[in-house]
Design a protein around this ligand. Structure first.
Ligand code: NDP
Length: 319
């Protein structure tokens, strides 16, 4: 089978497609024919060494496809079942070995592509809006990079929960996408604080969802109402520099830097979130917004689009 691998940390030139022996399931494992695999920033952080992984490494963290075979101790699955996963290295490949406990079944009314596109970002958008800061009817939140994969999903879910979204994005086209996803106000980054003042009557937002990091962190803090929550969930523009906690005293703010693994650590929690997410897809509340599909050989192109701020919504690798 063919897979995307890298033997050293670096730019996209370290990525190459390699022929590898077909994997065989060990105890608790399932072999899946990968039909689609999501393009995510975690793969960028791993490739550049921002998140250290043992080298050589296989790229790709999420995907969906059909079950080919499984170990004797795996129960409740049959060859041909449609399944999806996230948090499994080596997903940009024709076949993937996935621990059975990390697989979720894909319901009939959700396509395999949608499942692959939503596992990482959709489950993340779920915990961000329900656990990191629990959105209530009337909540006002600021969402950065609102035309991106995460940004559109958060905007749709907050709006569905009765909250109001002030959105930032870099271009008019991207701001139109944020508005289409439900934002009440979509503005360039430099206008974020004015827009927050306007929408909240000068009070500040209840929460900020910030996946941009270095370039937006200061604005995010300033946008909060007293006792508001800054949910820093990514660093698309780079890592936030060291920070003095005393600064939180300005408004008794809450600052959290969450990651999906801790919100899907148990199987019941993983299944419960996935069921809600797929229900939203079936009901038309969220949409995977797939805007690009790339074969394995064009993997560097896909990441160039994501890292170069060219993409909106979700990009997929189709092995
Ligand atoms: P996006 O599709 O949102 O792409 C990133 C966007 O960030 C760009 O399109 C761009 O939008 C904006 N951006 C601003 N500055 C930069 C910059 N210097 N370089 C690149 N992009 C920039 O990506 P994803 O939806 O895949 O991910 C968004 C964030 O969510 C990432 O930081 C990722 O790590 C994080 N994440 C965190 C998870 C968690 O559990 N903590 C799980 C999943 C994702 P614009 O042009 O409008 O500025």
């Amino acid at each position: 089978m063919r897979a995307v691998v890298f033997g050293e940390y670096g730019d996209r030139s370290v990525l190459h497609v390699e022929e590898r022996p077909d994997p065989r399931p060990g105890p608790g494992e399932v072999l899946v024919l990968v039909q689609a695999s999501g393009v995510n920033f975690i793969d960028v952080y791993q490739r550049t060494g921002a998140y250290q992984v043992p080298l050589p490494a296989m790229l790709g963290s999420e995907g969906a496809g059909t079950v080919l075979s499984f170990a004797d101790d795996v129960l409740g699955l049959a060859p041909g079942d449609r399944v999806a996963w996230t948090g499994v290295p080596g997903s940009h490949a024709e076949q993937a070995l996935v621990p059975a406990e990390r697989l979720v079944p894909v319901p009939e009314d959700v396509s395999t592509e949608q499942a692959a596109a939503l596992m990482l970002q959709g489950l993340t958008a779920h915990y961000l809006t329900h656990d990191s800061y629990a959105v209530r009817p009337g909540s006002a939140v600021l969402v950065h990079a609102a035309a991106g994969g995460m940004g559109q999903l958060i905007t749709r879910i907050v709006t569905h929960l009765g909250g109001r979204v002030v959105a930032t994005a870099s271009t008019p086209q991207k701001r139109d996408l944020a508005t289409a996803a439900g934002a009440v106000h979509a503005v360039p980054y430099e206008d974020a604080l004015d827009a927050v003042r306007e929408v909240t009557g000068g009070i500040g937002v209840d929460a900020v969802y910030d996946g941009v990091g270095k370039d937006t962190f200061e604005t995010s803090l300033q946008a909060l109402r007293p006792r508001g929550t800054l949910v820093l969930f990514g660093s698309a523009s780079g890592k936030v520099p060291p920070f003095d906690p005393l600064r939180l005293m300005t408004g008794s703010y809450f600052l959290t830097r969450p990651t999906l693994a801790h919100f899907t650590a148990s199987r019941p929690e993983l299944l419960e979130r996935a069921e809600t997410l797929f229900g939203w897809v079936a009901d038309g509340i969220v949409d995977a917004a797939v805007t690009g599909r790339y074969p394995l050989d064009a993997v560097a192109e896909a990441y160039a689009a994501l890292e170069g701020r060219q993409s909106t919504g979700k990009l997929l690798i189709i092995p």
